[in-house]
Design a protein around this ligand. Structure first.
Ligand code: 3PG
Length: 329
């Protein structure tokens, strides 16, 4: 219930678990709503750059309201804080816009299957930057790659831009996570909600000028076409608005979840989110799915679980090793 969620007292273990379950539930639900209305809007108004900008705009207004009504503690803004955010916000922008370009070209489920291969990018980029992974982790990313490849070659809605968009989105979000950890180390006191708020605002400033350049000349004509095909202007506005509000809400929930759990648990949670989104959007949009395509998607998702198992096993080993070292000294 509500009073549990907003309980300001330090919460007991049970309370904490319940709170986390609520945050996860909200995160999944809000993500499903976002994916449905975003795709409905894109189906009649295929301009992902404007829609993606609008979604960041809604988030920025939302945060400015929360801050000015004192519903959220205002984070102290300093030059070093903003500078530290420039990199993560840029990669967030890249991740978001390329996912939206992908959503505009292929079935939502296909974008999410490809996005379930995010751990592969995480391992590859972190290795470039010097992290070492055991063989089991490298082996676990094989089924992810194979499953995604099978899903891609059997995808009914396949489109090269749709595939590339989802892959670039993985690059963007993995670099965002790596750079956030590096550059935001000294700003740990900023809570997840405020952090995401600032990322939205800076991302909007990056994205909108480029959006005008990429597709601005087609917006007016596209708008009239969209209204014509929906039939009612207010229906179209509602879709666009819901996509914006729920985009912000699900990200806000995910950043709140990240405050409480390890990045590894977070990425497992994120994969489960994709399963839920894939199933619900296939049902809502009645997308045809070939059996081999479903098999490929399942293998890819199973691979991400193997990956998380391999990863946490290797982390445990390192930790235990460390403790043994300490005992020896
Ligand atoms: C986005 O527009 O950013 C997409 O929804 C992808 O986001 P996700 O990785 O949080 O699902």
């Amino acid at each position: 219930s509500n009073d549990v969620v907003s309980d300001p007292k330090p919460s007991s273990g049970n309370n904490k678990t319940l709170k986390l379950a609520v945050v996860f539930g909200l995160w999944y639900f809000q993500n499903i709503v976002f994916n449905i209305y975003n795709k409905k809007a894109l189906n009649v108004f295929p301009f992902p750059w404007l829609l993606a900008s609008f979604q960041l705009f809604v988030g920025s207004i939302w945060m400015l309201l929360l801050w000015s009504l004192n519903l959220q503690p205002r984070p102290k803004i300093s030059k070093p804080f903003i500078l530290a955010l420039l990199g993560p916000a840029l990669f967030h922008t890249v991740g978001h816009i390329s996912a939206c370009v992908s959503f505009s070209k292929v079935a939502v489920s296909f974008t999410h299957v490809i996005k379930s291969s995010e751990p592969v990018f995480s391992v590859v980029f972190s290795s470039f930057l010097g992290d070492k992974y055991p063989l089991t982790v490298w082996l676990s990313i094989l089924p992810i790659v194979l499953g995604c490849s099978l899903a891609a070659v059997t995808e009914v809605s396949f489109n090269l831009q749709g595939l590339w968009g989802a892959l670039i989105s993985n690059v963007g979000f993995v670099l965002r996570n790596i750079y956030s950890k590096k550059s935001l180390q000294s700003f740990k006191e900023v809570n997840g909600l405020n952090l995401y708020g600032w990322i939205s605002i800076i991302s909007l400033l990056y994205l909108f000028p480029v959006a005008v350049f990429v597709e601005g000349s087609q917006w007016i004509q596209g708008y009239h076409k969209a209204i014509q095909s929906v039939g009612k202007a207010s229906t179209f506005y509602i879709w666009v608005l819901l996509s914006g509000v729920f985009y912000h809400l699900y990200n806000q929930s995910s950043y709140q979840a990240l405050d409480e759990i390890s990045p590894l648990t977070f990425s497992v949670g994120n994969t489960m989110k994709r399963v839920v989104v894939i199933v619900s959007t296939v049902l809502v949009f009645r997308n045809p799915v070939r059996p081999l395509n479903a098999l490929g998607s399942a293998i890819a998702i199973f691979g991400t679980f193997l990956y998380s198992q391999a990863n946490s096993a290797s982390k445990k080993k390192i930790k235990e090793g460390g403790e043994i070292e300490k005992e020896k000294n």
